[in-house]
Design a protein around this ligand. Structure first.
Ligand code: HPA
Length: 247
């Protein structure tokens, strides 16, 4: 039996189309998750929702308790996580408004608690992370997006920066040289922690701005908010479609 969990990012701190909704606070050995979990039904299937930045959008990317969040979803019997993320577009094809399912990532974060495997170990434990996103889950999402008639990029490398500030133009040139197509601040250690707990995990990225320096302008926060809001409406339509075929 699979159960879907959604981690909502900027612009998505609430799912509007769930029925039979209830919330549950889950305690974890790693402290408090970002939010209580919302349980609700979509097309007859139960899904679990977490607001990554808290329901009031108050927790910045470097302060998120990623370990508690992923642990809480596992505790709620979630098997598959779709991580929704607002990102900047580096690849010139990935303009604001694009929906992208990355297949690779590069981690530029530092100082985050990034593993469950550091204390009380019987032996040192490494996970395979060659392909950081679960291929089968990515394919389900890609298919749902195609069925809604939406354009989609299904191959991209996501750069995870530390934040909370946005990048400099020079940093984006470096990330582009590194082969990155997108830049966000929350993809790691989230993806690795999901792998450590053997959860399926895929990222559905919504491009909300051109990465720093690409259009010769400063980044406008109102524009980010507007694209995030529009992107999250698109995501909810995709999810609705996904739940028709999700087992
Ligand atoms: N950089 C990093 N994170 C982001 C961006 C960006 O340009 N846009 C949305 N999240």
């Amino acid at each position: 039996m699979s159960r879907l969990g959604i981690i909502g990012g900027t612009g998505l701190s609430k799912m509007v189309n769930l029925s039979e909704v209830h919330k549950r606070v889950i305690k974890t050995p790693y402290g408090e998750p970002s939010s209580a979990l919302t349980f609700g039904k979509l097309n007859g299937e139960e899904i679990v929702f977490m607001a990554r930045h808290g329901y009031g959008h108050t927790i910045p990317p470097h302060k998120i308790n990623y370990r508690a969040n992923i642990w809480a979803l596992k505790e709620a019997a979630v098997t598959d996580i779709i991580a929704v993320a607002a990102v900047g577009g580096i690849n010139r094809s990935m303009a604001p408004g694009s929906v992208v399912l990355p297949d690779q990532l590069i981690d530029y974060t530092w100082g985050r608690q990034a593993t469950y495997f550091e204390e009380d170990l019987e032996k040192v434990t490494h996970i395979d992370f060659t392909y950081p996103y679960t291929q089968a889950l990515r394919q389900h999402i890609v298919q749902a997006i195609r069925q809604t008639g939406g354009p989609i990029f299904d191959k991209a490398t996501y750069a995870c920066t530390q934040g909370p500030r946005l990048e400099t133009a020079a940093e984006i040139i470096k990330l582009e040289r590194d082969g990155c197509d997108l830049v966000g601040m929350t993809g790691m250690p989230e993806a690795a922690l999901a792998r450590e707990l053997k959860l399926n995990y895929a990222c559905c990225a919504i491009v909300v701005n051109w990465a720093a320096g690409l259009d010769g302008e400063e980044i406008c926060m109102q524009q980010i908010e507007a694209f995030a809001e529009q992107g999250m409406t698109t995501f909810q339509r995709v999810l609705d479609q996904l739940m028709k075929s999700y087992v």
